[in-house]
Design a protein. Structure first.
Length: 346
């Protein structure tokens, strides 16, 4: 990502949402098909390293299935693929992430068949993804951008999944933009315009086609506080991206989600305000069990537990490395998100 780090591995209807403890989630409800988290049995996910689940048939340290070099897969491959959870560095967080936590799918060490999970997780996120090569280049020739993740899902996943995945009981979750804002932070562009075009491409090329395949329940996550990442805290010229840039992205995401919800009465469209929530966690770190919110263990990618290299236990750190969150931070997000999803369901 830009100069600081790269992630290789983010209304019309008045809403009477119950007040939530600490986050200030933004959300809206136009939907004629109400969302109910307790009735949700499937999650289909798209995004980047914050969100991918490692699959036995996925590119290493990047995704559940395939890569840009082998984007297609057979029905038999999809159904034989397993989520792989290992206590090793996989460049993202070394342990379950938020989407595995909320679905309880792939949280246990070893291999998990998504069909055996309380909420089945079908995860097409790819580490290092941006929205589209129209605006930002691939990190690697194997990287799958968001618009290609959704195409991959529709071309090869949906024909198989439609036989047993009930769209009415499915939440589609999207966390993207973390790489986009980092990869573009030194471009000579007007950032609000650039972000808006990039997000427009997402709604046109990813969200609309998946909605048209019958998926009406949507969760978007806005950007984490990347302006407070360890390198950004000590960057002489100030954080990049800074809080203003992150707000521009988040405002654009909000307005596109609002417009999408307004245009599709049968869609439930939720945004979890990860930015406000995680800024709050950083401000109240000890309440959440963190003792170090400003640095990360330099030996995060070494084979032994990080204490062996003189670091605190990984649990103590908010940041896993320069731009990723620890598995503890992911579990904190998941706990708050679950409250949010339940509150939305009422
Ligand atoms: C959302 O709208 C649906 C359909 O009108 C309704 O059943 C549900 O209670 C609403 N949810 C919230 C949180 O307002
Ligand atoms: C895609 O290629 C990788 C090797 O890069 C391989 O491990 C994986 O099994 C392949 N996946 C599929 C679905 O063909
Ligand atoms: C994936 O991560 C593991 C653990 O850090 C590492 O040993 C391996 O080389 C990585 N594989 C690739 C293809 O990057
Ligand atoms: C992808 O990139 C790798 C490493 O740069 C290179 O070795 C490989 O030949 C490339 N593959 C294709 C299909 O371009
Ligand atoms: C990815 O999407 C772009 C358009 O956004 C398209 O040009 C490209 O062919 C797609 N690649 C794959 C592998 O689907
Ligand atoms: C953040 O960066 C943008 C784009 O360069 C700039 O317009 C804005 O003033 C900066 N905001 C802060 C708080 O530094
Ligand atoms: C953090 O502390 C501030 C100030 O006490 C409070 O307003 C905020 O809600 C707290 N946030 C979280 C996530 O606990
Ligand atoms: C946070 O952890 C890093 C790495 O272990 C360490 O260098 C740094 O001093 C710690 N910061 C604080 C405030 O304890």
């Amino acid at each position: 990502m830009g100069s600081s780090f790269r992630l290789t591995t983010a209304c019309a209807a008045a809403l009477s949402l119950p007040l939530l403890a600490s986050s200030s989630p933004v959300s809206r409800n136009h939907s004629t098909t109400p969302f109910d988290w307790d009735e949700t049995k499937y999650v289909i996910a798209f995004g980047d390293s914050y969100t991918y689940a490692q699959g036995t048939l996925g590119y290493a340290n990047s995704t559940f299935i395939g890569s840009n070099l082998n984007i297609s897969f057979t029905p038999q491959q999809l159904l034989s693929d397993r989520i792989q959870q290992e206590d090793v560095d996989s460049t993202a967080n070394r342990g379950p992430n938020w989407i595995e936590d909320i679905t309880q799918c792939g949280t246990k060490e070893g291999l998990t068949d998504p069909r055996t999970c309380p909420v089945q997780l079908w995860d097409f996120a790819f580490g290092g993804a941006d929205i589209t090569v129209e605006y930002l280049p691939l990190h690697h020739n194997w990287s799958v951008q968001l618009v290609n993740q959704t195409a991959q899902f529709l071309d090869y996943g949906q024909p198989v999944l439609k036989d047993f995945v009930d769209a009415d009981k499915t939440l589609v979750a999207v966390w993207i933009g973390i790489n986009d804002i980092g990869d573009s932070d030194e471009l000579a562009v007007d950032f609000p315009t650039f972000y808006d075009e990039d997000i427009t491409a997402m709604f046109e090329q990813s969200i609309t086609p998946v909605y048209n395949a019958g998926y009406k329940k949507w969760l978007f996550m806005n950007l984490p506080p990347l302006n407070r990442s360890p390198p950004n805290l000590v960057r002489a010229a100030g954080p990049l991206p800074n809080a203003t840039m992150i707000d521009w992205w988040d405002e654009s995401l909000q307005s596109h989600a609002d417009a999408f919800a307004a245009a599709h009465e049968d869609a439930s469209v939720m945004i979890f305000d990860a930015n406000t929530f995680l800024n709050g966690v950083l401000d109240n770190a000890t309440e959440y069990g963190f003792t170090n919110t400003t640095g990360y263990c330099p030996e995060y990618d070494q084979p032994l537990p990080v204490e062996q290299y003189g670091c605190l236990p990984l649990y103590d750190y908010f940041w896993y490395n320069t731009g990723h969150l620890t598995t503890h931070t992911h579990s904190v997000i998941a706990a708050e998100l679950e409250k949010f999803l339940k509150a939305w369901s009422k």
